[in-house]
Design a protein around this ligand. Sequence first.
Ligand code: NAD
Ligand code: UDP
Length: 308
Amino acid sequence: MKILVTGGAGFIGSHLCKQLLNEGHEVLCLDNYFTGSKGNIVHLMDHPYFELIRHDITAPYFAEVDQIYNLACPASPVHYQYNPIKTIKTSVMGAINTLGLAKRVKARILQASTSEVYGDPSVHPQPESYWGNVNPIGIRSCYDEGKRCAETLFMDYHHQNNVDIRIIRIFNTYGPNMNPNDGRVVSNFIVQALQNKPITIFGEGLQTRSFQYVDDLVAGMKNMMSVDGFVGPVNLGNPDEFTMLELAQNIIDITNSSSKLEFLPLPQDDPQQRKPDISLAKEKLKWEPKVPLSEGLVKTIDYFDKIL
Ligand code: NAD
Ligand code: UDP
């Protein structure tokens, strides 16, 4: 198949492009390099079935493709809050443009949605049926509400125009190819630990997240694109839940670092807890994550050790 991956030069996109090429597909990787980089996909450049397109998804893009994975959007709070108007435009106009393309060429299209649609959840763990607790006017809203609106657009194009959609809600994902300046917690803590600098804990560090290794996510994304009769939304995440203090300690132990903990203020609207209910993914996709945090961290630390 000929497959378009928007945001293909980013962290998750680069892994997905590689996997799809390995399976014999032709891949069009579209990116504006806001948070992604050519470095993530340089090893794919010589592949005869790989094409790199510099394009901003807030503008329409035309191509003949069989499938679309819509990943274009900054994912780290530091980056999506840098230009909030651009972030929400990327989610909303990006959805409209890629859905318009999917409609025209009759391509199956997957939206990379997020656990952030649940906001600071009052239901724990979060099933897909939970509608969320999102502040519409806070510093995270450009991302959360943009992704919620994109889900609405996907569903509306599906019902109104019969577009063959898929929606996945991705929970915190980590692995090689994360940008060292990304600002997300796993990359921050690893870089700090490897450099023996203070580990920056926001708040008391008792907030929780559930961390998924990128290979597990890519497997789930491909399953979602290959099943018939199920559009989602479906949670893709690892249900093992950790506090930020536990994550920091894990990383200090693996890196044998002399870093000390530094406590900084908790950012506004920071969700207190997050853990996916993955019953639906197990049932519909026969999928569940395989890589435990300890194993995924070792691979990720190896990667950062090489590039720093
Ligand atoms: P990333 O920032 O590494 O990748 C995003 C990519 O999109 C980058 O290459 C960036 O340059 C590109 N991009 C941004 N705006 C664009 C635009 N207007 N036009 C074209 N390209 C643009 O982030 P990631 O972690 O790889 O996330 C990929 C997708 O998965 C995002 O949609 C994100 O919201 C979603 N997601 C990620 C996580 C996670 O934990 N990593 C969790 C939930 C959802
Ligand atoms: N966090 C932290 N130190 C950092 C970066 C993040 O303690 O240097 C915390 C952050 O406040 C949040 C959690 O780690 O509670 C996850 O943050 P991240 O930005 O990775 O993802 P998100 O909040 O979007 O889940």
